[in-house]
Design a protein around this ligand. Sequence first.
Ligand SMILES: Cc1cc2nc3c(=O)[nH]c(=O)nc-3n(C[C@H](O)[C@H](O)[C@H](O)COP(=O)(O)OP(=O)(O)OC[C@H]3O[C@@H](n4cnc5c(N)ncnc54)[C@H](O)[C@@H]3O)c2cc1C
Length: 465
Amino acid sequence: MAERVEILILGSGEAGKLLAWDMARSGRRTAVVERRWIGGSCPNVNCLPSKNEIWSAKVAHLVHHAAEFGMRTGRVATDMATVRQRKREMVEAQIAAHLQKYKESGAELIMGAGRFVAPKTLEVRLNDGGTRVLTGDRVFLNVGTHAAIPSVPGLEAARPLTNIEALELDYLPPHLIVLGGGYVGLELGQAYRRFGSRVTVVEHGPQLMGREDPDVSDEMQRILGDEDLRCVVGAETPHVHGRSGKEVTLVVRTSAGEQRIEGSDILVATGRTPNTAGIGLEEAGVELDARGYIRVNERLETSAPDVWAMGECAGSPQFTHVSHDDFRIIRDNLAGAQRSTRDRLVPYCMFTDPQLAHVGLSERDAQRRGVTARVARLPMSAVLRAQTIGETRGFMKALVGASDDRILGFTMIGPEAGEVVAVMQTAMLADLPYWRLRDAVIAHPTMAEALDPLLANVPRRGDRS
Ligand SMILES: Cc1cc2nc3c(=O)[nH]c(=O)nc-3n(C[C@H](O)[C@H](O)[C@H](O)COP(=O)(O)OP(=O)(O)OC[C@H]3O[C@@H](n4cnc5c(N)ncnc54)[C@H](O)[C@@H]3O)c2cc1C
């Protein structure tokens, strides 16, 4: 006999746990099935631990450059065991805070691997042994994704690191090879470079950060190159030999010919695969798309009645703040609202140093959609706040409508870009004409203050660049 609950959630990611707490607090009998990470990937193995170690890497960078700021230091060395311990303590505190929320809300957290055996019915192989079968009046899927391992001969046998293992190293790889020039590869690659590893990033596509405008990608590559992070782009990887953690050799083919890259460790950061295989979704009547993501409509409803999917497994943009918004959409719709995922303005920030943040349209997006825009630029070297802290690399770029004064998009490579992007996003949400922000009185000297000279560079109507 299956145990019956009103709300049954598979996977305790950002959306899953928030929905569980919300539903349980409102008195519904709620159970969450989670196989490993209490609170999901973000606090355990993805966002927060990576930003924690990236901050240690920033300290390493500052200490190495202390003399430029008038500080004398002695010999500097990285102690990865302490870097890891600091991160582990933060994660442990997160787990404790999550357990407290489960307790306070009354949602039951069941630790085990769930699999559908019938519509809206899960069999859970409990981590402590035994099984339970649960059926939910309403079922929610938030099973996330895992690191994809591309099918390169020898790669799997090399036992590559993913973000999970890379954030658990207690030693410094002498030469870390990073496969993938997206945000995970660049954030971790730069961090390890700053800790003292040699780092080579190998990217299959023609540029780093494949979706960014070419000027953005070029600037980031230049900045990383200044820190001696080697990037090989447009690279095919026919073979990998050896074993990560010992010796690993990558054979790489580019337009310049074939080369061998000899490293000590290899990190794979080439994208994500949804955790939707082998969990009986066919038994549940839940359809997948061609890439294995759960097919949902704009209200995050799946093909099965009373079954929803949210977060990365539903094909939502791969950020915690989007999974968070998926939760809000479902919560509000269950209460009678008509919210959808359509036209969400989704910002993002890559936590390299300097950060790369973006919201709205890029020049490439605008071109693709046939949107004509006026483009304004400002180098960070012109920003007074950037001058005070000596971090003048990067630029700001804004897109404004050609025939109206709406802000269409914003990109920044620079210190605190992730904070400045929220200012532009707010103006976009409020539909402010760009000149309202240009003429605003913003505190001096801050990074956001530079939005005034940036927007003063918007070409007059009829004059596009
Ligand atoms: C290295 C790295 C850094 C990142 N940094 C950022 C960042 O700075 N900012 C940002 O916004 N995003 C970042 N992301 C992305 C972000 O972590 C995710 O988008 C976010 O965690 C949302 O995930 P989710 O809600 O879809 O699911 P997840 O949090 O992945 O949760 C899914 C849960 O389901 C569980 N599960 C799966 N299958 C089963 C099963 N069969 N039975 C039981 N449980 C199951 C898993 O154990 C997991 O806990 C980063 C990603 C990576 C890889």
